[in-house]
Design a protein around this ligand. Structure first.
Ligand code: TA6
Length: 311
């Protein structure tokens, strides 16, 4: 079974602007839509669309939280969220204009998780996760959550000998590494911060990965339009994504993670895993919402992804 855990759920308010977003100007909207936000939630949506059974968990609050769960359920995701009272799931603002240069994302820190919500989440994981299950923790925890509490949640999963997949940054990523996760997926900025190096060219990333000694089976570094690098054992691969007309890249990284998870679930090779992830992520970026993608388009794009062995 695959579980996804979103500690800081969100609803995305997607504001599409006509033309280019300009300061000191009345920027007219074309439309405003709401969609599922938060990162692991997107992993679940993508997995369900691919046809892989999974369960989405985490902590929600108030009517926005209930709305996120409703939208996920409509997309066929099996949800088991802990409902914390007297708080509201945050709203993220995503501004998409017609410049083709990418979206603006504005996020809030999210509500403070109560002791009892965390206890309920840990109990749910303890009761349900079995050996060899895959458990994805993706997204920034609420700012006030200590990395020790984050670690405690991950440890419940690790103690079950399940595969931990982590998409987090900063102190949370550092803390997660102590538990030897199966896969981590920092983006280029998070990876530079993690390794404390200024990196630019693909070769610099390859060298940094080559000499990085951490106890993680697969390290994937996403590099935006340059694709992604993956280190598995002593091998490093780069996937070069297809050339697409990008509409809204919000969530593309989360869908990329879903592609990785789908292939881990099928015991596929690292190169197959990377190619599929790139195709799923690219297909997401061709949609204007945060959680929409087409499996058919992803399968077509798969033929346009290229893989290179870097060492
Ligand atoms: O990756 C996109 C996204 O999941 C948005 O949907 C948005 O809600 C945001 O990221 C949340 O990111 P955060 O790192 O704050 O958990």
């Amino acid at each position: 079974m695959i579980y996804t855990v979103t500690l800081n759920t969100a609803i995305d308010r997607i504001v599409q602007i006509s033309g280019t977003l300009t300061r000191k100007h009345n920027n007219k909207t074309k439309f405003v839509k709401f969609d599922i936000g938060g990162k692991a939630t997107h992993v679940s949506v993508a997995l369900s669309a691919i046809g892989i059974q999974n369960c989405a968990t985490g902590i929600i609050g108030g009517s926005t939280g209930r709305r996120v769960v409703e939208m996920m359920t409509q997309k066929g995701v099996n949800c088991h969220f802990i409902n914390q009272s007297d708080v509201e799931t945050r709203e993220s603002i995503i501004i998409v204009d017609e410049s083709g240069l990418g979206s603006y994302m504005i996020t809030q820190k999210g509500f403070v998780l109560s002791y009892s919500s965390i206890k309920s989440l840990k109990e749910f994981l303890k009761e349900n996760v079995k050996q060899d299950d895959i458990v994805v923790f993706a997204g920034s925890p609420p700012h006030d959550l200590s990395s020790e509490i984050y670690y405690d949640c991950l440890k419940v999963v690790k103690d079950k000998n399940a595969k931990l997949i982590i998409d987090a940054a900063g102190e949370y990523l550092h803390k997660a590494i102590e538990l030897k996760p199966y896969l981590i997926k920092p983006n280029e900025f998070e990876f530079q911060e993690f390794t404390n190096q200024k990196l630019d060219s693909i070769d610099e990333y390859v060298q940094a990965l080559k000499y990085l000694k951490i106890d993680v089976e697969i390290i994937v570094v996403s590099l935006g339009k340059r694709g992604a690098l993956a280190k598995y054992k002593d091998e490093i691969y780069q996937v070069i994504p297809p050339n697409i007309r990008e509409i809204n890249e919000t969530g593309a990284g989360d869908f990329f993670v879903a592609g990785l998870v789908a292939k881990i679930y099928e015991n596929a090779s690292p190169s197959e895993m990377l190619m599929f992830a790139a195709a799923v992520g690219a297909s997401k970026a061709m949609n204007d919402e945060s959680s929409n993608f087409s499996l058919e388009t992803a399968n077509r794009l798969l033929n346009e992804c290229k893989i290179e062995r870097k060492c």
